[in-house]
Design a protein around this ligand. Structure first.
Ligand SMILES: Cc1cc2nc3c(=O)[nH]c(=O)nc-3n(C[C@H](O)[C@H](O)[C@H](O)COP(=O)(O)OP(=O)(O)OC[C@H]3O[C@@H](n4cnc5c(N)ncnc54)[C@H](O)[C@@H]3O)c2cc1C
Length: 407
């Protein structure tokens, strides 16, 4: 039996502490907030999409950074295991669109309570309002954590699991402390950047502020090559863009030179250019009046002036005066409404952090540091991130499990 200290009471730390204690270790969980799971509380808009009801392969396909590194962890603790573990506490779960799993109560607080029950069932000692300030290492080769300095005094232990999260939503406690501890142990920290983030565009879309586009396709081109294309919803927000399509796309371009990225919005993905052209011909023959008014049947009101301008058509034109060439330009604009990202929203406002402790310096089976004898990592502090759908919490739980059963 070892004395294990887990730093951070998010999903990764709670999972690690539970499995460590279940394995017979004396386990202490240190959390700097006054309560556990402050970020978990705001997940899934307060409902907590805790996993995705899918197989291991699908989880890995939804990981953006370093999917291969996670294979062993997710295989060892899969979405099925997450559902079993949480259900074993008496909390009922339900699966919604996109296989997203939520508590039946729609309350993230119930998921936190479920974890609290699990932790107490295996006698994890939880110490809240306790911030770890520094790890002290031995001079041995390889180095070893000797003690932890906290604002509640010193702690001695045999093994340490760092589960301090990334840099997103720092008011929930994830302020990047784990990166500092990892660097002190000699680890490389891949520069943290925003992932699953809204973005600011070079274009001014403020005329459509607050508008939610539904059933549109957003494609991403890098140097002219298509790297992403998905059907879904996009929100025009504070002159920038947000919503499911945008945040997925942000995770793919967060390390790119944004001058090389072009986004293409297709307002009518169900219609080919030919069908859309025929539809316009029909609308124009059946209706009289200004083009901007007739187009209301086809396009959201807020985008009509922008589309007409981009197609190079006189905004005051009557449909009867629209030339073939104008109509073809309009079809092209509606099917390929180009947008140019200027920057992502700041990391503090991003749903997750990409970057973190370099995965090649961590054993993927045990989450053990390859540089320090008794140090482990779990969760978002590691250089891994995934798309939305419950995958990020699943990663936290899976890596927490790997670390917990290995200490
Ligand atoms: C608004 C929002 C909604 C989200 N919704 C979802 C969702 O529905 N589904 C999903 O899968 N993912 C979601 N995510 C992402 C998910 O919440 C994170 O990926 C996940 O919480 C990461 O878990 P973690 O345990 O690694 O880190 P965190 O949850 O950030 O936990 C880290 C903990 O460590 C503590 N800590 C940090 N430093 C110290 C220190 N020095 N001493 C002691 N304690 C310390 C922090 O206080 C914190 O409690 C969402 C994120 C946000 C911001």
């Amino acid at each position: 039996m070892s004395k294990v200290i887990v730093i951070g009471g998010g999903p990764a730390g709670m999972s690690a502490a539970y499995f460590s204690a279940k394995n017979g270790n004396e386990t202490i969980l240190l959390e700097k907030n006054e309560k556990l799971g402050k970020k978990l509380y705001i997940t899934g808009k307060g409902r907590c999409n805790l996993t995705n009801d899918c197989d291991v392969k699908t989880v890995i396909e939804n990981v953006v950074s370093n999917p291969k590194f996670l294979y062993s962890a997710v295989n060892g603790f899969s979405p099925e295991n997450t559902k079993e573990l949480i259900s074993s506490t008496g909390l009922e779960l339900k699966t919604e669109r996109g296989n997203r799993v939520f508590p039946k109560s729609d309350k993230s607080s119930d998921v936190i309570k479920a974890f609290a029950r699990l932790l107490s069932s295996v006698n994890v000692k939880v110490i809240t309002s306790c911030r770890v300030l520094k790890l002290e290492f031995s001079n041995t080769e390889p180095i070893k954590v000797q003690k932890l300095l906290t604002d509640k005094g010193e702690f001695l232990c045999d093994k340490v699991i760092i589960a301090t999260g990334g840099l997103s939503y720092p008011t929930t406690g994830s302020t990047g402390d784990g990166y500092m501890f990892a660097k002190e142990a000699g680890h490389t920290v891949i520069k943290p950047v925003a992932a699953l983030s809204a973005m600011v565009l070079k274009e001014d879309l403020s005329a459509a502020n607050g508008f939610l586009l539904k059933n549109v396709t957003l494609s991403v081109y890098k140097n002219g090559k298509k790297v992403f294309s998905e059907l879904g919803e996009m929100l025009i927000y504070k002159g920038g863009i947000d919503g499911p399509l945008t945040v997925s796309c942000s995770s793919l371009i967060n390390r790119e030179n944004l001058d090389e990225i072009v986004l293409s919005l297709d307002f009518k993905p169900a219609l080919s250019e030919e069908k859309l052209n025929n539809r316009l011909l029909r609308d124009f023959s059946e209706n009289k009046g200004k083009l901007s008014v007739v187009l209301r049947k086809l396009l959201p009101y807020e985008f009509i002036p922008m589309a007409i301008k981009r197609a190079g058509i006189n905004p005051e034109i009557q449909v009867s005066a629209v030339k073939d060439e104008d109509r073809k330009n309009l079809v092209k604009t509606i099917k390929n409404f180009e947008l140019h990202p200027k920057k992502l929203f700041p990391i503090e406002a991003a749903i997750v952090t990409a970057g973190g402790v370099k995965v090649s310096e961590i054993d993927p089976k045990t989450m053990k540091s390859k540089l320090a004898e008794n140090l482990y990592f779990a969760g978002e502090v590691i250089d891994v991130d995934a798309f939305t759908g419950g995958f990020n919490i699943q990663i936290a739980l899976s890596t927490g499990h790997s670390a917990g059963i290995s200490v």
